[in-house]
Every structure is written in C-alpha cells, then in structure tokens.
Design a protein. Structure first.
Length: 195
C-alpha cells in the first residue's frame, strides 16, 4: 500500500509540474545591468497583440524597431511585454518547431539593451530610414534586412550563410531574397500552391 501511495504521489507531482511552463528571466538571459532599458531588436508585425506569431509574418500593424519595452511575463512558450510609452500588452507565442530555438535564444534575437541609434550605428542614412519603415530595397545587407524584417526563420532558411533567404508575408505567400556578396540583389514574391 505504501508503494502504491508513493507512485500515486509521484504521478500527481509530475502531472502538476509538467503543466507549468518554466519562467525565463529576461534580465538574466540578456545579462542586463540595473539601469539598462530594453528595446525591440527589429520591427514586429501583428494582427492580434495577444497572439503574435514567432515567425514575424508581415501582416497587420508594426511595433517599430527600437521601441522601449518592459517584460510582463516570460516562460518557455510565450513572452508578454508592453511598450513603456503606451502600456499596451503584446504576447509572442514561441513555436519551437517553427523557430527552431528555445525561449532564451528567442529573447536574445528579439530584445536588446541597445537603443535605436546604436542598433543603426553602422547603417547608412537611407537604409536606416527604410528599416524604420520596415521596407527592404535592393542593396541592403543581411544585417539591415534582419533589422527591418527580423531574424530569417530557419524553417525556411536553415543556414543564414545561404544566398537565398525566405520570409513569410502571408499564409502561403513568401518573399524570396537573393543576395550577392552580402547585398540584396533580387526580391521575389512567391505563392505556395498558386493556381
């Protein structure tokens, strides 16, 4: 009877703890100092503020690069944050199968302690203006593309060293970016299963 009770307690404990996602401490992940502020590292698209796709599908409204934010909650499955200026809450849900990273890596690619002027320090004035508008043009570098559109999803582009990157812009619609010597040469709209 004691053995049965121990097994039952163990099963209950596992059931309770497995349903709870582990908290991710963003300040530790980013090794923030006490006076550091937190900013978005790229333009974030959303149609529903409480259900943003981790692939950053380019539909809806844009939360601009360099927006100062505060983290409300972060666990292994989602990160909720609010722009300091508005207080509106946003939640990005992480699908590890699509983004191919854990939440700590996702936080590092999405948030930064560098303000916008430092993020764009090595970028030409023309590229900086385009990045702020979430627009890409031929001649932009891979770094500039990622500042405008976010990290290229590895589910579509497994190796960032490839000369071709793909970004989702709608359901079954993608942008294919072709680079030559680290500069964007061609932008193609692709439709999956087009009729």
């Amino acid at each position: 009877m004691k053995k049965f009770t121990k097994i039952l307690l163990l099963v209950i404990a596992v059931a309770i703890t497995s349903g709870c996602a582990r908290t991710v401490v963003v300040s530790e992940v980013l090794q923030m100092q006490l006076d550091d502020k937190l900013y978005t590292k790229y333009n974030i698209w959303y149609t529903e503020a409480d259900n943003i796709n981790c692939l950053n599908i380019q539909q809806g409204t844009i939360l601009p690069i360099g927006t100062e934010v505060e983290i409300i909650e972060c666990d292994e499955k989602k990160v909720t944050f609010a722009p300091v200026a508005s207080g509106e809450q946003f939640t990005i849900k992480l699908d590890r199968g699509e983004r191919m990273c854990n939440m700590q890596e996702f936080v590092q690619m999405t948030f930064t302690v560098q303000p916008l002027d430092k993020l764009l320090a090595d970028v030409s004035a023309e590229a900086a203006a385009n990045i702020k508008k979430a627009v890409i043009t031929e001649g932009m570098t891979k770094k500039e593309i990622e500042l405008a559109y976010g990290p290229v999803p590895p589910i579509f582009t497994p190796d960032k060293r490839n000369i071709t990157w793909m970004y989702p812009i709608k359901e079954n619609r993608y942008l294919r970016l072709i680079f030559h010597s680290n500069k964007l040469k061609t932008i193609l709209n692709l439709y999956e299963n087009a009729e």
